[in-house]
Design a protein around this ligand. Structure first.
Ligand code: FE2
Length: 509
């Protein structure tokens, strides 16, 4: 009897004929938004962190069921028909990296377009286009500059429009995703609801949120058209993050901050097409014309923000000693333009007349005055010119002459006393003030801000979109584009403002 039972058990477990391996069904809560025509590449393709000889290419393969491993072949070519493939290889992805694929393709030529695609599960991905950076001289460079893209506030139409523009790279200055649950920060009448529906904390939560965002058709189009250079701001983890905590992190509810930060960072690197490193801050040379310095103002060295303007005078770090030294070393470059990718606004802003309860934005550089002073002094002592800050975070568009001391030494007519310019990109979708107040009230607030801050030459706190930064050997130009609507996919836009600065000057015209 025992032998017979053993035989039955043996047959039951191992079967009499070769049996197909099965796996549990993959739990993809965003699958209702998948476009079946793209299977299994629902999230499209992307590229990023271009250098003169390499670029990162990215995709995500979504299997119908869980698989322990998926074999993926990638190809990169100088033509879109893939008649001249310059490199190709096969690798595998696994659930350990959420089935994302990232390849740092080396051995490329400078200043060239490349086309790339992936093959997996008997399908071929859409074709992406990317571009390496130049090494010598260039007549011009164009960057699209974006920040603050929130799913529930609307469609990423700015991204869709950028896909059609001729740019060298897209600079994303942070708040690529937001951490909130449904309806907590957004306009639910638009019909875009966060997944997961609650505030994200775990690794799976952050992965799902990234996956959701990448299903926006505008984001997919921009990703397939241009390389991305992204830095995180706070919402990639939680609101007002600093190196050891966040305003929107309560340990009694959400557990250990560092565990949450590590989960957010892992998902970010899985889903964003940039090079992975211990250090998020990094620089990019665009030949002689520009050096791009991307700062990490959140996780690297930021101390907790001050609670009062008086406390902002105390020694407090935004970058941390090592990154500050690195920034100073990088500012000594011979490049004609020094572009600083900056999350929070660098210029001094007097907010007293519009926000009496918040006379200074203490989460911005105005809360970190000693370190800001150090950077100003370094630039002045070393007579470094042609610095352009590009800034995100505020959900408003700005053009500012960065003054050493607005009230004492700055001349708003000549721009004497200014040492750099700062261009702030408005949000892709996140609310600015007229989502909460009437447009007339916000226009009045803008006027009051301009009157009290003569170094601000342009401010728009009502619209959403992006800016195009064009660099030429003799001048830099910022063009502020705003979208007609966020309520449905729609690429209509208007160019509202253009500001220019000549090399050697800080005067905005
Ligand atoms: Fe934001």
């Amino acid at each position: 009897m025992r032998n017979l039972i053993s035989l039955v058990v043996f047959i039951f477990i191992f079967g009499c004929s070769p049996k197909k391996e099965t796996y549990p069904v993959l739990n993809e809560s965003v699958s209702g938004l998948y476009d079946s025509a793209l299977a299994p590449f629902y999230h499209g393709v992307a590229s990023g962190d271009p250098l003169s000889d390499r670029v990162v290419i990215w995709t995500r393969v979504t299997p119908p069921d869980s698989l322990p491993k998926i074999s993926v072949t990638w190809e990169i070519s100088t033509d879109k028909e893939f008649a001249s493939i310059v490199k190709s290889d096969t690798l595998s992805t696994t659930p350990a990296r959420d089935y994302t694929v990232k390849v740092d393709v080396t051995g490329l030529n400078p200043d060239r377009y490349y086309y790339y695609r992936f093959k997996a599960l008997n399908a071929t991905s859409p074709t992406g286009r990317t571009k390496t950076t130049p090494t010598g001289t260039r007549d011009s460079l164009v960057f699209a500059v974006v920040s603050c893209s929130n799913w529930e506030w609307g469609y990423f139409n700015a991204y869709a429009s950028i896909a059609d523009k001729n740019v060298d790279a897209v600079l994303h200055l942070g708040d690529y995703i937001y951490e909130y649950g449904v309806g907590r920060y957004g306009d639910t009448t638009i019909g875009r609801f966060n997944l997961p529906p609650y505030e994200i904390v775990s690794l799976q939560d952050y992965r799902t949120r990234h996956s959701l965002y990448r299903l926006d058709a505008g984001l997919r189009a921009m990703s397939a058209a241009h390389p991305l250079i992204a830095i995180w701001d706070d919402h990639e983890v939680a609101n007002n993050t600093y190196k050891s905590g966040a305003q929107n992190h309560q340990p009694d509810k959400e557990g250990d901050f560092f565990a949450r930060r590590d989960a957010a960072r892992k998902a970010y690197y899985e889903w964003i097409p940039i090079r992975e490193s211990d250090k998020h801050y990094r620089s990019f040379a665009f030949g002689q014309l520009a050096s791009l310095i991307m700062l990490d103002e959140r996780l690297e060295g930021r101390d907790e923000p001050p609670a009062t303007p008086e406390e902002a005078q105390q020694q407090r770090s935004m970058l941390g000693e090592e990154q500050l030294q690195w920034l100073q070393d990088n500012l000594k470059t011979n490049a004609q333009w020094k572009v600083i990718g900056n999350q929070v606004i660098f210029s001094d802003l007097d907010l007293r007349a519009v926000y009496p309860k918040m006379p200074r934005n203490l989460d911005s550089w105005d809360g970190y005055l000693t370190e800001k002073e150090q950077i100003k002094n370094f630039i002045l002592t070393n007579k470094i010119k042609d610095i352009v800050f590009v800034t995100g975070d505020t959900h408003a568009a700005w053009g500012i002459e960065v003054a050493t001391d607005v009230s004492k030494t700055y001349n708003p007519k000549t721009s004497a006393g200014a040492f750099a310019v700062e261009f702030g990109a408005t949000s892709v979708t996140s609310a600015n003030d007229n989502e909460y107040k009437s447009t007339d009230t916000v226009k009045m607030m803008e006027k009051v801000m301009l009157a009290n801050n003569p170094h601000i030459k342009y401010l728009n706190d009502r619209d959403h979109g992006y800016l195009l930064l064009t660099l030429k050997p003799d001048k830099a130009k910022a063009e502020y584009y705003f979208m007609e609507t966020l309520r449905q996919p729609d690429k209509r836009e208007r160019l509202e403002k253009t500001l220019e600065v000549s090399r050697g000057s800080t005067k905005l015209n």
